[in-house]
Design a protein around this ligand. Structure first.
Ligand code: HEM
Length: 315
């Protein structure tokens, strides 16, 4: 028998013996097993069966698939951010994770034309009526990215942010989280059905995550390095770019699609989730900022007004 094969067999025998297993049984299993195929490995048939339109409009699958693509990118971002919340990661590790996350958000920002220009407006306006009250507002992963990145106090609605700047109770802070305002009917304070359903599905999970990551969010970790003067230029640059991608550039592209399809409708308020989206979606009104200590007062004042600092050149 070839020396290399004999060596591997010996190593395998030791591996299985260590857990009380017989190598021979595993070799028999190997003889029976089929070759792995591409389509089985990536679960292609399942993936391609996940598009289930509610109407027969040609463009509805585009809408479904682009949302699914976006959720997969969100999952990639969370795949990078979540390990940072539990371990005491060093700056190089955080820099690489945020660099990857920026690459994913960059892909989303650049591909948003699939929504903005890629569907027939008349068809969109028809098939969306079959989707009420579902809305991208209910994307749990989008909020999980925010909860992992920002200090919870910085996700409080801008009207109460200053007042609750030093509040430590996560439940109090979650009761003032910015997105409630986007799905609450202004005149009577009632929650929209979109929000009620969203809270039923994710409310507990969000609170659990907020509690778990308090003090360890990306922002709070970086703030400590910033305060002690050790925050590297490379990490600072990636964090600023991330803040721009998540809180300005992606929201602006997203807002463009709302304007293209929903503006000048008899009633703009009839967004699928029922928000007054004209007031809610523009980043300049919300001023969501993950890393406020990395921006000058002028930059904060100008937040979301244009594609300022597009390439985040000054660190
Ligand atoms: C034609 C395309 C789109 C239009 C017209 C649109 C419209 C809207 C509107 C009007 C809202 C406000 C909530 C509501 O009343 O429904 C909203 C929220 C939201 N949508 Fe979209 N959307 C589009 C595509 C997408 C895509 C592809 C995603 C990806 C997951 C997405 C994710 C979100 C998120 C995360 C929010 C909450 C934003 C926030 O709270 O600031 N949307 N969308």
């Amino acid at each position: 028998m070839e020396e290399a094969i004999a060596g591997r067999l010996k190593a395998l025998k030791e591996k299985y013996a260590a857990s009380g297993q017989e190598l021979l049984d595993f070799l028999d299993g190997l003889l029976e097993a089929d070759y792995l195929t591409y389509w089985d490995y990536i679960r292609l048939d399942s993936l391609l069966s996940l598009q289930q339109p509610r109407t027969s409009h040609h463009d509805e699958p585009i809408f479904i698939m682009y949302h699914q693509i976006t959720e997969l990118y969100f999952k990639l971002v969370l795949h990078e951010l979540e390990p940072l919340l539990t371990s005491s990661a060093n700056q190089e590790v955080v820099t690489e994770a945020i660099r990857r996350s920026n690459r994913y958000f960059g892909a989303l920002e650049h591909s948003f034309g699939v929504m903005v220009d890629g569907m027939d407006r008349e068809q969109f306006l028809r098939f969306r009526m079959a989707l009420i009250p579902a809305s991208g507002f209910q994307s749990g992963q989008y909020r999980m990215i925010e909860l992992a990145s920002a200090k919870l106090n910085d996700l409080v609605h801008i009207d109460n942010r200053e007042k609750l700047a030093n509040e430590l109770d996560t439940e109090v802070l979650m009761n003032h989280i910015y997105w409630l305002r986007g799905a609450t009917i202004e005149k009577d304070g009632q929650k929209t059905l979109t929000l009620v359903q969203f809270e039923q599905k994710y409310g507990e999970e969000f609170l659990k995550r907020a509690k778990r990551s308090q003090g360890h969010t990306i922002s709070e970790q970086a703030a400590r390095w910033h305060a002690e003067g050790s925050l590297s230029d490379a990490l600072k640059q990636e964090l600023r770019a991330f803040d721009q991608y998540v809180n300005v550039l992606w929201p602006l592209q997203h807002y463009r699609s709302a304007v293209r399809y929903l503006a000048k409708q008899p009633s703009d308020a009839r967004a699928t989730g029922g928000t007054n989206w004209q007031k809610y979606l523009p980043p300049r009104f919300q001023k969501r900022i993950f890393f406020p200590y990395l921006w000058s007062q002028q930059e904060v004042d100008d937040w979301g007004k244009s594609f300022v600092d597009r390439y985040v050149s000054s660190v």
